[in-house]
Ligand binder design. Structure first.
Ligand SMILES: NC(=O)c1ccc[n+]([C@@H]2O[C@H](COP(=O)([O-])OP(=O)(O)OC[C@H]3O[C@@H](n4cnc5c(N)ncnc54)[C@H](O)[C@@H]3O)[C@@H](O)[C@H]2O)c1
Ligand SMILES: O=c1ccn([C@@H]2O[C@H](COP(=O)(O)OP(=O)(O)O[C@H]3O[C@H](CO)[C@@H](O)[C@H](O)[C@H]3O)[C@@H](O)[C@H]2O)c(=O)[nH]1
Length: 482
């Protein structure tokens, strides 16, 4: 089958997905011009910054890919209409967060940005345009996109080109922190659609670097639903192992040993069985809640309840950790300094969306704690935004708690290193599995803390013997043996 020749791609949305995905397509397909557009001028300026450390997304390996393709066949701009008009294929890679008000608030996806894109494509496209849903969308969204585009289709008139569209679903499965590796060597690429020529055109682009057997073709609805389901299954594994972690802590079992034992069963598999402070990130919770909303919409309340419990268990795990910290610190953290090590939702990213650290920090601030927060990649202004609380200046470490601190007002400040963050603290909480937290010298850090002091290792990254030999007390997630 002959594919449409794709010479020019436009991607609407220069975020965590649009930026890295298009950078890899441009890198692997130098014959295709790739234009990434966004309404956010600051974000586009950052993508164009000559200093590659200023790219708006931190991903290992992204800077090298952008460096190779930018200015050659990869551009970033705010000229949305012009990029659509020039394109044979338009990817929609805009945000689809959970609705905060109106019908379906708290669960349904907010599709206003997707609809705006469809309307803009309808208005500006020329000739035949393949429109690709890259954003994660509720099943049957392609119907909405298609009806907006169909209203703009027209036959050739007065010497102008005819205007027509094909719609494809091509959800993205990259995980943050490993985006470039996932894009360059994906487990699979999923393409859903009805027009075989359009499907072939997109498959040929990926075919430049992805083996053909890894390119799965389905109908539109299977493709849309597979994305939500993949995330629901992954998140379900985390809630499952976190539920087992709690049981381990009461029984003397160790969740890592249990994970190894069950993960050795090839039917279960060993990946995604790490207990921790619950899943974060912009996708899992949003996508499961969307699935829950769809199940109720289609009259399947029991199925909705089943998936909703995956999120409920995750929230419970985060509150469980903050409660446990308060209990171990003699039932109160009011006025006490606590060091939070890690704020990003996982290592190797600067993304804090739905990070477990946010909920845990909120709980502890509510209890009146004084939080010193350190993350190697997260901007302190982002932390202030997430906590909805401006940073205070760091207190004098030598002095005891001030009257203001004991008044019960929770405060936080930004640490610049692990040592300065734990200084004077009653506890250090490890909330992100950054590599540097695996190698901390607890014998050197312990004397900086106020004794008796604790390490709460919610990511199980420390060496328990190293912590214990420093005289610190240790709680490790899922470890009933410490
Ligand atoms: N973040 C991930 O790891 C990940 C992975 C797979 C799938 N997804 C899905 O991909 C989609 C995008 O996610 P993201 O993390 O890249 O979001 P993001 O918020 O980082 O980026 C979206 C961008 O779209 C821009 N935008 C919105 N409306 C626009 C419009 N009408 N015209 C031009 N630009 C517009 C915004 O300004 C923003 O920069 C979501 O549906 C998400 O669920 C995300
Ligand atoms: O064994 C594990 C694995 C992950 N996590 C946590 O789960 C969250 C999500 O991690 P991960 O899935 O690695 O990162 P995301 O970037 O959120 O990627 C998920 O969400 C993306 C957006 O839809 C999908 O594209 C990816 O396939 C899917 O893995 C993070 O808080 C992790 O710390 C655990 O607690 N234990």
């Amino acid at each position: 089958m002959t594919a449409f020749p794709i010479r020019n791609i436009c991607c609407i949305g220069a975020g965590y997905v649009g930026g890295p995905t298009m950078a890899v397509i441009a890198d692997r397909c130098p014959q295709i011009q790739v234009n990434v557009v966004d309404l956010n001028e600051a974000r586009i300026a950052a993508w164009n910054d000559l200093d590659l450390s200023k790219l708006p997304v931190y991903e290992p390996g992204l800077d090298a890919v952008v460096d190779r393709a930018r200015g050659r066949n990869l551009t970033f701009s705010t000229q949305v209409d012009a990029a659509i008009a020039a394109a044979d294929m338009v990817f929609i890679s805009v945000n689809t967060p959970t609705k905060t008000k109106g019908l379906g608030a708290g669960q349904a996806s907010d599709l206003r940005w997707v609809e705006a894109c469809a309307r803009q494509v309808a208005q500006s496209a020329q000739g035949h345009t393949i429109v690709v849903e890259k954003s994660t969308l509720p099943v049957r969204t392609a119907e909405v996109v298609r009806s907006i585009l169909e209203a703009a289709q027209r036959q050739a008139v007065d010497g102008e080109l005819p205007i027509s569209f094909s719609v494809l679903s091509n959800p993205e499965f990259l995980a943050e922190g490993t985006a470039i590796r996932d894009l360059e060597s994906p487990d699979r690429v999923l393409i859903g659609g009805e027009n075989p020529v359009a499907i072939q055109s997109l498959a040929e682009i990926y075919g430049h670097w992805v083996p053909v057997e890894k390119i799965l073709l389905t109908n539109l609805w299977s493709s849309e639903l597979s994305k939500l389901t993949a995330n629901a299954f992954l998140a379900q594994r985390i809630s499952s192992i976190n539920s087992v972690a709690a049981l381990c802590e009461h029984t003397g079992a160790d969740v890592r040993e249990v994970a190894r034992a069950i993960g050795s069963d090839s039917r279960i598999g060993s990946k995604f069985l790490e207990a921790g402070p619950g899943f974060g990130g912009s996708c899992f919770q949003k996508d499961i809640l969307n699935l829950v909303y769809l199940c109720r919409h289609f009259g399947l309340p029991d199925v909705a309840d089943y998936w909703e419990n995956v999120v409920a268990l995750n929230t419970w795990q985060q509150h469980r950790i903050s409660r446990l910290v308060v209990q171990k610190l003699f039932g109160t953290v009011t006025g006490k300094r606590l060091a939070l090590l890690g704020f990003a939702f996982k290592a190797d990213t600067n993304d804090t969306r739905e990070a477990p650290a946010i909920r845990i920090a909120h709980d502890l601030l509510e209890e009146g704690a004084q939080l010193a927060i350190y993350d190697p990649k997260v901007d302190p202004q982002q932390i202030a935004f997430d906590l909805q609380l401006a940073a205070s200046s760091p207190p004098d470490v030598q002095a005891g708690p001030t009257r203001a601190a004991l008044s019960g007002e929770g405060t936080w400040w930004s640490g610049t290193s692990v040592a300065d963050t734990v200084a004077g603290a009653d506890a250090a909480l490890i909330l992100t599995e950054w590599h540097e937290f695996r190698q901390l010298d607890w014998v050197a850090l312990a004397p900086l803390m106020r004794q008796p002091a604790w390490v709460f290792d919610a990511r199980a990254v420390v060496d328990p013997e190293a912590v214990k030999s420093s005289g610190l007390m240790l709680w490790r997630v899922g470890d009933g043996a410490v």
